[in-house]
Design a protein around this ligand. Structure first.
Ligand code: SF4
Ligand code: SF4
Length: 351
């Protein structure tokens, strides 16, 4: 489990358990959920629609064997049911705002009853942007419920009436793989529900989503030119574990993720000019776009590498990078080539 999330979760559990620190615990829980939701946002805004129904770990044991779309649906259906049917005892977000039709969801359940191809087929039917809006709405409404909780509420338990009510909603399938959920939730008090599903459940599924998208990026990069538009080498890039290359739709390089349209300005500019990369551009020594923005700490390294490619070609560049890795101990290229682009070029030429 991600150490930061795991530590936040442990701290939150300890804080909410005591009356004196209860509110700090709720604040910690909200911060944890915000951090986890940022990961979901990043995935939704930077990956193509088709990524959400792919199953790169199909057949494996664990949450990562699902799809990205299923993971989002499952996290927030469970949360919606538990937060509104059990804790607030009001209407679920799915129904109060007619999200079901907008998402094109063929089911209203948690999805636990689906397996293998059913999950992929289900995922293909969902409108991911609407699904994300639903997830956002559920998170906000649950956060509101959590902020209104008082310490004694944590001990509230649920009886047979709640079990029957949940069954009547039809939101949990009665199949063997799903039916246990109702008894499971009703066996907990509110404090137990904060753990599952409002915190730990999120962590496990968001981590699974990270594994899925990293794997998709790796699959996408196979056979693709490893030289990025800006002049970096994807083969030697510390981001390559979770970036699918700026030459694919799975680009999650830093400038792509901070650009409103999710596209790296250098990649866009090269495509508009019809050139292979910035290393073919007459403006390479002075350009201040995207990676070459003066405030970017990778600007000098990117420019040094692009100028090197311009002079010696891509094959020589990839080879010099291999030698650089043998000669120096570094994570980011800018640690070696970042002092100034001419100095960076010199280092590349002498390596
Ligand atoms: S961040 Fe840039 S260099 Fe690194 S893998 Fe992504 S596209 Fe390639
Ligand atoms: S103008 Fe800048 S971003 Fe555009 S191709 Fe030339 S070097 Fe690259």
């Amino acid at each position: 489990m991600d150490k930061n999330w795991s530590d936040m979760n442990k701290e939150m559990q300890a804080l909410i358990a005591k009356k004196a620190t209860f509110q700090d615990g709720i604040n910690k829980l909200l911060a944890l959920r915000k951090s986890l939701f940022e990961q979901i946002t990043q995935i939704v805004t930077s990956f193509p629609e088709e990524a959400f129904c792919r199953m790169p770990f199909a057949g494996a044991e664990g949450y990562h064997s699902k799809t990205l779309a299923y993971s989002i649906w499952h996290i927030f259906r469970i949360e919606d049911i538990v937060a509104h049917e059990m804790i607030a005892e009001d209407q679920q977000v799915l129904f109060s705002r007619d999200f079901r039709a907008a998402i094109h969801a063929p089911i209203i359940t948690t999805g636990n009853e689906l397996s293998g191809d059913e999950i992929a087929e289900f995922s293909r039917q969902l409108d991911v942007k609407e699904l994300y809006r639903y997830a956002q709405a559920v998170m906000q409404s649950t956060d509101q419920i959590l902020m209104e909780l008082k310490c004694p509420d944590l001990k509230r338990r649920f009886g047979e009436d709640m079990i029957e009510k949940l069954k009547r909603t039809g939101c949990v399938s009665s199949t063997e793989s799903a039916g246990w959920l109702i008894e499971y939730w009703c066996g907990k008090d509110v404090q137990g529900l904060i753990r599952m599903p409002f915190s730990r459940h999120w962590i496990m599924h968001v981590e699974a989503m990270q594994r899925i998208k990293n794997r998709l990026c790796k699959l996408e990069r196979k056979g693709v030119d490893p030289v990025a538009y800006c002049g970096f080498s994807c083969n030697h890039c510390f981001l390559s574990e979770w970036c699918g290359s700026c030459r694919t739709e799975y680009n999650t390089c830093s400038y792509a993720t901070v650009s409103p349209d999710g596209k790296c300005p250098n990649a866009v500019c090269c495509q508009e000019k019809g050139i292979d990369g910035c290393y073919e551009c007459d403006l390479i020594e002075t350009c201040e776009r995207g990676f070459y923005t003066p405030a970017n700490d990778g600007a000098n390294a990117a420019r040094a590498q692009a100028v090197y490619i311009n002079k010696y070609g891509k094959q020589a560049f990839l080879k010099v990078h291999d030698r650089l890795q043998e000669k120096y101990d570094f994570t980011t290229t800018q640690e070696i080539l970042g002092q100034g682009w001419r100095e960076g070029l010199r280092i590349l030429e002498e390596s």
